[in-house]
Ligand binder design. Structure first.
Ligand code: HEC
Length: 144
């Protein structure tokens, strides 16, 4: 079920991006990130304001309600999928580290700027024990 949700997001993201398939969208998105990743330290402020109430300041989430972002392979995985989730929200069953969640993640598109979305994603991908690269504003803009 988790894989289906992730694939649907990828397909949706790729369909809206300029590239014609998910692989090239992800590749060009990764190239854009390496050129100009948003500042993770700016993202810390966004995280504390808009995300920590559910996902907690330590990224551990709340058991049974809000999934952890720390140690979460989706968060440190394909940046295109992470951007699509944060921009468009997420609803339905997800499984993180063997624990199931079935909540509603609000859409952040229009609530916070693309700059803030890039910064907060760079933050969650590189905080706690996460060690993934940041994402750029251009990448966030390319995913509707
Ligand atoms: C109102 C509570 C709430 C807030 C605030 C919130 N989230 Fe979430 N988030 C959720 C829930 C609930 C889920 C899981 C949705 C589901 O079960 O389908 C989720 C899922 C996610 C996921 C996907 C995790 C996975 O394993 O698929 C990411 C990434 C994420 N949130 C990032 C953020 C970021 C970044 C912010 C701040 C901009 C944020 N969230 C703010 C409730 C919240």
């Amino acid at each position: 079920m988790r894989i289906v949700v992730s694939l649907a997001l990828l397909v949706a993201a790729a369909g809206c991006a300029k590239s014609s398939n998910a692989t090239s969208a992800a590749a060009s998105a990764s190239a854009a990130a390496m050129k100009n990743p948003a500042s993770a330290s700016d993202g810390a402020t966004v995280y504390l304001t808009d995300c920590s109430s559910c996902h907690q300041t330590n990224g551990q989430g709340v058991s049974g309600a809000f999934p952890p972002l720390a140690g979460n392979a989706v968060v440190t995985g394909n940046p295109v999928a992470v951007i699509a989730i944060v921009k468009n929200g997420l609803e339905g069953r997800v499984t993180v580290n063997s624990a199931a969640y079935s909540g509603i993640m609000p859409s952040w598109k229009g609530q916070i700027s693309d700059d803030q979305i890039a910064a907060v994603i760079s933050y969650i991908r590189s905080s706690w024990a996460n060690h993934a690269g940041g994402v750029s504003v251009a990448q966030v803009e390319s995913i509707k």
